[in-house]
Design a binder for this molecule. Structure first.
Ligand code: AHR
Length: 648
């Protein structure tokens, strides 16, 4: 079914629905932050995902030090895991390898994150920290091995000296393989101490050594997100306080970033991933840099002194909250401080002398109860005293309704909270029914951040939960309500963002990937279409003088983009029949001009995208030259249509 816009020819006769768009009556500004992304290290989103390191457990700090490694031509006595905790408390373990005279080369084979995806013609950097005995000339060879056992890359390093040194060599890969692995061969007799064994592709985002996967960042950049919220999510809270996210452990030299267990490691019985840890190679510096690269405002979330209330619910006594508050203050200094401050200096040393212009910060993730409010107030007072312009994002708990929500929503508004974060993981009907959720929210009070939402086709996180068109379309319908209420809603982001096809824990997710490829779900395209067609001011669009929020399963919002002088209508037909629609544009005299129509649709509500069919549902653009103030649109069944209309 095609979507057609007809100006002079009324091919289908009389319109069923007549909409009025009053271009000259802006209702409210749309914040540049309106549509953003929320990144959490879940589903192998960071290690094994965005962070392009191919070696799993490179520093032997997983609970089982040789997890991910296999010893070849040797036994456990040849590979000893030593601990130098006094010398190197953040990264204490290393491997001590002994090769006797006449012994075959010993190999340490790394399986990668569900194997390694490597590409023909791409350069790879193999590096490690090593030392050998005095007078010894060691030889280490890195071998990239394809799924069929053939060598597809090779490079050797000579090792000498009793002090720890970093050795690095580069080689080209001769064959594309989604399931490669890497063997570190110790080729000459002697003893070797090794740590931080690393293999990185050189085709990272912006070619940064030790950087991020280019294809995944590109998918984010293509969305033109207004903000990026990081690093979580429940990962901020930790299952207990020891397991919480501590940003200071994620900055500075990568060998000094203390590896910890990822809290999603064994959270779900349906998908235990005991090999899921956080190396923090993607840490707070890299998050800020990523935000800058993709033009998004950074929104870091910090622990408020409370661990996940679904897990241990450990809570810091208020008398001990000082270090937590100091972490928040220091984070602002790290992001914005002068180079003569302690944390600003570290940022400069890491390569970014200019500030990151941090403007907002989240205190806590899905925390709830009076204990949250007590801690929140301590944070807010202390931070505002030093940084009065920082805006705070506050939690309203885990659900968009119920006692916990009502309590926090009321109290936070009494406290004049800047921005209240609401989360909704609900079925598609809820999203359709809630397109008017914000119509009656107070206009002058706290703003809303729809910080985590996703329509669920099945139970949250279940293997049967799908990123299907029904879910994506219901989100689109709901999002028209967010945009119409931009006076209240200043930010929104889908959750979670990424999932590795072989290593996920949670469904549904916006972007799926394996070790070589990635695709956007229909939900991704919905997010992208709203974001790249954001506009600057909401204008009224009405049907029989009412907002368009579910009448005959139609949903719509309209805005103008004052930069391009266009009117943008987002129109959702959530019914299974085509509808004939007419738009009367008031308050503007249109001459001739281009009308661009982008359609996202499928006849099949169960349709999903996949690695094999990444564009089964994808936007299609059509341009028309069209004059006058009366537009007609036939909206296909189950469709989202974005109409951009040049105004003059
Ligand atoms: O997005 C997945 C999880 O859902 C987040 O970590 C948490 O905030 C929410 O419960």
């Amino acid at each position: 079914m095609t979507v057609t816009i007809l100006s002079a020819v009324f091919g289908w006769g009389i319109a069923q629905n007549k909409f009025v768009v009053d271009v000259a009556k802006p209702i409210s500004k749309i914040q540049p932050t309106m549509w953003g992304v929320f990144f959490e290290d879940i589903n192998f989103g960071a290690d094994g995902g965005l962070y392009a390191e191919l070696i799993k457990n490179r520093s032997f700090e997983f609970i089982k030090p040789l997890m991910g490694w296999e010893v070849l031509n040797g036994n456990n006595e040849d590979v000893l895991i030593l601990n130098r905790v006094r010398e190197n408390p953040k990264n204490p373990r290393f491997a001590h390898i002994s090769i006797k005279q006449g012994q075959k080369p010993l190999g340490l084979s790394n399986e990668g994150f569900r194997a390694m995806g490597v590409k023909q013609g791409v350069g790879y950097s193999f590096s490690l920290q090593a030392r050998v005995k005095s007078g010894q000339k060691g030889m280490i060879r890195g071998e990239l091995v394809g799924a069929d056992g053939s060598t597809i890359g090779n490079a050797s390093l000579e090792i000498a000296g009793t002090d720890w040194k970093t050795y690095k060599v580069e080689f080209k890969c001769s064959k594309t393989d989604p399931k490669a692995h890497f063997i570190v061969w110790f080729e000459k007799e002697g003893t070797y101490d090794v740590d931080m064994i690393s293999l990185f592709p050189q085709d990272t985002w912006k070619g940064r050594p030790g950087g991020l996967r280019r294809d995944l960042v590109q998918l984010l950049a293509d969305m033109k997100p207004g903000f990026i919220r990081f690093p979580g999510g429940c990962i901020v809270e930790g299952r207990n306080l020891a397991n919480r996210y501590q940003w200071k452990n994620t900055v500075g030299p990568i060998d000094q970033r203390q590896v910890i267990m990822n809290r999603w490691n064994t959270e779900f019985a349906h998908k235990p991933t005991p090999d899921y840890f956080q190396s923090f190679g993607l840490g707070f510096y890299e998050y800020f840099q990523l935000a800058e690269d993709i033009g998004a405002e950074p929104l870091p979330i910090i622990n408020c002194g409370m661990a996940c209330q679904f897990n241990s619910a450990e809570t810091v006594d208020t008398s001990d909250l000082g270090t937590y508050v100091q972490d928040a203050l220091d984070l602002i200094e790290f992001a914005n401080g002068e180079l003569n401050t302690k944390w600003g200096r570290l940022r400069g040393k890491m390569g970014h002398a200019a500030p990151f212009h941090l403007k907002m910060m989240g205190i806590g993730n899905e925390n709830w109860g009076p204990q949250y409010l007590t801690r929140l107030k301590i944070f807010t007072d202390a931070i505002h005293e030093k940084y009065p312009h920082i805006k705070f994002v506050n939690s309203s708990g885990t659900d968009p309704s119920g006692d916990r929500f009502d309590f926090l929503n009321t109290r936070l508004r009494e406290m004049h909270a800047d921005i209240i974060d609401e989360h909704y993981y609900r079925n598609p009907s809820w999203f359709l029914a809630n397109a008017r959720r914000y119509d009656n929210y107070p206009r002058n009070g706290s703003k809303v951040f729809a910080g985590e939402y996703a329509a669920q086709s099945d139970k949250i996180a279940s293997p049967d939960n799908k990123n299907n068109w029904e879910c994506a379309l219901s989100e689109a319908a709901f999002m028209t309500g967010l945009e119409r209420n931009a006076a209240v809603v200043s930010m929104a982001s889908y959750a979670p963002l990424f999932a590795h096809i072989d290593a996920w824990q949670w469904t549904p997710d916006l972007i799926w990937f394996d070790n070589l490829k990635a695709y956007g779900t229909p939900n991704y395209y919905v997010q992208k279409l709203f974001s790249i067609n954001k506009g600057t001011e909401v204008v009224p669009i009405t049907l029989n003088s009412d907002v368009v929020a579910g009448q005959d399963s139609l949903y719509a919002t309209a805005c103008v983009d004052e930069h391009t002088n266009e009117l943008i209508i987002k129109f959702v037909n959530a019914s299974g029949v085509a509808t004939q629609n007419e738009f009367d544009l008031k308050g503007v005299t249109r001459g001739s001009g281009v009308v661009t129509i982008t359609t996202l649709k499928s006849d099949n509500l169960n349709q999903c995208n996949s690695l094999e069919h990444p564009d089964a549902i994808a936007p299609v653009n059509q341009d028309f030259n069209q004059n006058g103030n009366n537009l007609k649109l036939e909206a296909a069944p189950y469709s989202l249509t974005v109409i951009r209309i040049a105004l003059k």
